[in-house]
Each structure stands twice: as C-alpha cells, then as structure tokens.
Design a protein around this ligand. Structure first.
Ligand code: AMP
Ligand code: ZN
Length: 471
C-alpha cells in the first residue's frame, strides 16, 4: 500500500506501526449547522481510505472521527436559538449520522464529542503537561501556546521563517497573544458561556487542543498512523495539533497526514458555510438525485484533485452508476451460454488491476476505469450470448468485490428496496386501508390505493395480506 504523506510531500509505503491495526484520526464536523457536500467530500474520501486499508490491504482499522461541539460558532448559534449548547449540537450530530448513513459511510470505531467529560479532562491534562514543559503562558485568563519554544514548528505546512502561509485560514481569535503565531489552548469565557475547571482553571478548550487530546486518548500513545482532514486544515489546525501533541509528550504525533482537496462550486469558489454557497445532502435529494449517485460523484475524482460540483456532473454520475446497475441486472438474467474464452483469467486480471489502482494512493478513478473496462467486455459477451451462467455469477462476484470499497451498488440496491415515500407514512396508510376494508368502506380503501399509486407505489392484495411494490 502506498500513500501520499503531506509531511514528506511524497508517496510512501504504508504499514501500520502496531498489530496490523491502522490507528487513524479524521477531524470531524463543527456541529453548528448541517454538514454540506464539501464536508462530505472529505468524509467520503476518508471512508474510501478506510475501506481500502481493510478490504484491499487487509489491515484492521481503529478509526476516530470527532465532533467539534464547542467553539465560537456553536456557542453563538446555540445562544441565538435559545437552546443549551449540548442539546443544540446534538441535533446536528443526529443530522450528520443520517447523512453519513445515506452516503454509505462505514461508521468509525469511535465518534467522540469534544465536550464528553473524559475528553475535556484529557485536554486539560495535555495543557498541564505543556505547562510543565514550558510551552504555555497565561494572558487575560486564557492559556496560550508559545510557538517560539518549539523550534520544529511549521514542518507540516512548510512555513517560511516568518511563519506565514499564503492563503491560510487566519486565526480569528480576539484574545491577547504575545506573538501573532501563538494560539489559544484554553479560553477564558465571559459569564453565561459554557465553562469547565478540570485542573488548569475555568474556561473552555480551543479548537486545536480538542483533536490532539482526543486522538492520543483514543488511539495513543503516539505516533498514531494516519491523521486526515481537508486541505484547509493543514495550517494552522494540523500544525498546531502537532505542536500540542509533540510539545506535551516529546513523541511524534502522526506518521502520515492525509489531506483531501476541496469541493468547489461551478464558478471555482470553495463550497463553504461562510461563503453561503453550500448544498446539503437533502438539497441534492430534493432535486431528485439519489445519495448513491452523489457518493459516486464524490469518489469519481482523485482525493488530491479539486472537484467541481455542477448539476451536469451530478447527472453524469447518475448515468455512470446506472450503467453498472444495468450490467449487473443483465448478468443476473443471463441464461447459459457456451462459455467465453479466457473469461476467468480476464476477471482475475481486472480484480488485480482494481486492487493495484487503490493500493497506489487510493486511486479510485483508476479503479473505476478497471471496472468499466470489464463492464464493456461483459456487455459484449452477453450480446454475443457466450457468457455461461457460471461466468455470469463470477462476474457478479467481481462487481460485489469492488463494491466492498466503492460502496455504491449496495447503496443503490438499498434505495431501490426502500419505498419512495417515508416508511412510517406508508405503514400508516396501509393500516388505514386495512381498517377501511374491515369496516367495508371500500371507497376509502380504493382512495388510499389510488393516492399511493400516484406516488409510485402499487399494492397487491392476497389471502396472505397486502404487499407494496414500486410502480
Ligand atoms: P469543519 O466543520 O469546517 O471543521 O469541516 C469538517 C471537514 O470538512 C474538515 O476536514 C474540512 O477540511 C472539510 N471541508 C470543509 N469544506 C470543504 C470543501 N469545500 N471540500 C472538501 N472538504 C471540505
Ligand atoms: Zn482536528
């Protein structure tokens, strides 16, 4: 397995450092709003990495994705909504889980919240350790990291000697710092804002400390194997995570850094909440597209290249996925042909090609190329009526094997098995119809049947009861 490592700016061989289990951490959503499809580009890319490590490289995975549920934005928005912080952020955690399931993300082994008591304690302990090693100072009740105490600072982002990176997300903290590069570890809070006192005085954690502390608490001791996030996090967030973890422990923090390029809008602008140009998964579904097609779109460009979103590319993704589904459908209907010369060897070669592409820095577009090459040949063999039933089954097994990593076919099949209206509503209507028939109110029963039919559902009554089907 080869992986590009932002730390070395090179592709390197990757194996986990302990027990053939990959210890990986991905920075999660700041839960003050529903995540947008730009956020999900990163989460889907991390899902592809995770599945490649498991199903292609054969490693076990311990994957942590956090929720940032305390920061300026979550506090401000919960204030505006008049809802306690923890309850406010819980809504968006639920929304994230719903969207993640719709996109077929394998659930990470751990999904810690920053404000879980054990995590806050770990942050406070890490700050205390940084203090003992002389890396902190206090100002106006807040605790800061003094960058000048860590000569190695800046290696990930490759900062110039003034510590500046062009175009970086600038720290917007309004607090008093000795040096512009210093950053806050524990913030003094105004009255009425959430505050904890766990050993370093009252306050709340800064954003960066959350991830260092949770990563080492759940995956440590360092170095962990892989740390992931979008490219906008390289500086200052990840640079600061390294400073904290290494400053507190004296040990390297993460061996590999995996960064996902941005999803852009059609006009080339980054999709971001602050620019207001976002689509959520719901927005995509409301346009009549399915989550499986969105997943296909998000994986179809290599994770280190920018991806432009447009409705035209959304449509192309739908069509590409449909081509695979159509071929799978045809393979299912194959009756016995005479046999296709060299087909078994062809399947083995396609499988090798697929796995090799993924093993080379998770090259999903390359792997999809292997799938479509085989698909064309399978369609030709079906057209020529040579494919035997056994060969068709082996070909279906090839597609299902690929889908362990791609995760699109399984999603599309689940979507097709689900009713086109919410399940609870369908259940209620079916119960109302049974009741109407029991009361011999056949006009009402027929009204329900017709209403469902206009929404894409046909009912079939039999002695055993009523079943529904998609129209
Ligand atoms: P945030 O909630 O802003 O901390 O972001 C959660 C994750 O989404 C981080 O890994 C970000 O780097 C990533 N992210 C935010 N916007 C985009 C985008 N337009 N394209 C890809 N990833 C993004
Ligand atoms: Zn983080």
């Amino acid at each position: 397995m080869r992986l590009y490592n932002t730390l070395s700016r090179q592709e390197e061989d990757f194996v986990p450092s302990r027990d053939l289990t990959v210890r990986m951490y991905a920075c999660g959503l700041t839960v003050y709003a529903r995540g947008h499809i730009g956020n999900f580009r990163t989460f889907v890319a991390v899902d592809l990495l995770r599945r490649t490590l498991r199903h292609v490289a054969g490693f076990a995975v311990h994957h942590v994705t956090n929720f940032t549920d305390v920061d300026d934005k979550t506090i401000n928005e919960s204030h505006k909504a008049g809802v306690p912080l923890r309850d406010y952020t819980s809504r968006y955690i639920d929304a994230f889980r719903e969207d993640a399931a719709a996109l077929g993300l394998e659930p990470p082994e751990d999904t810690p919240r920053a404000t879980d008591p054990g995590n806050l304690q770990a942050m406070s302990d890490m700050i205390a350790a940084l203090g003992q090693r002389g890396h902190t100072y206090r100002s106006d009740g807040s605790i800061y990291f003094r960058i000048s105490t860590l000569p190695a600072y800046g290696q990930l982002a490759r900062l110039d000697h003034a510590g500046i990176v062009s175009g970086a997300r600038i720290d917007s903290d309004k607090y008093e710092k000795e040096d512009a590069r210093d950053f806050v570890l524990w913030k003094a809070t105004p009255p009425g804002e959430p505050s904890w006192d766990l050993g370093v005085g009252p306050g709340r954690p800064g954003w960066h400390i959350e991830c260092s502390a949770m990563a080492l608490r759940l995956l440590g001791p360092g170095p962990i194997d892989i740390h992931c996030g979008g490219v906008d996090l390289i500086f200052p967030h990840h640079e600061n995570e390294i400073a904290q973890a290494e400053g507190a422990t004296g040990t390297p923090f993460s061996r590999f850094w995996f960064h996902v390029e941005h999803l852009l809008m059609d006009d080339g602008e980054k999709m971001s909440k602050s620019l207001g140009n976002v689509f959520t998964i719901r927005d995509i579904l409301e346009q009549g597209y399915r989550a499986s097609a969105l997943r296909y779109l998000l994986i179809s460009v290599h994770y280190r290249k920018q991806l432009r979103f447009s409705w035209a590319t959304m449509q192309q993704a739908e069509e590409a996925l449909r081509r695979i589904m159509d071929c799978v459908g045809r393979l299912g209907r194959v009756t016995d042909g005479s046999g296709t010369a060299g087909w078994e060897a062809r399947l083995i070669a396609a499988r090798d090609d697929f796995r090799q592409k993924l093993s080379a820095d998770v090259n999903v577009p390359g792997a999809l190329g292997a799938v479509f090459e085989l698909l064309r040949e399978a369609n030709a063999a079906i057209d020529a009526s040579t494919l035997s039933r056994e060969e068709a089954d082996a070909t279906l097994a090839f597609f299902d094997g690929c889908d362990e990593v791609l995760g699109v076919l399984v999603l599309r099949r689940a979507e097709e098995a689900a009713p086109p209206i919410p399940q609870a509503e369908l259940d209620d209507l079916l119960a109302a119809r049974i009741e109407a028939r029991r009361m011999r109110n056949f006009a009402e029963a027929d009204r329900i049947r017709t209403a469902l039919e206009s929404r894409g559902i046909v009912l079939e009554d039999s002695a055993a009861g009523t079943i529904w089907k998609r129209k």
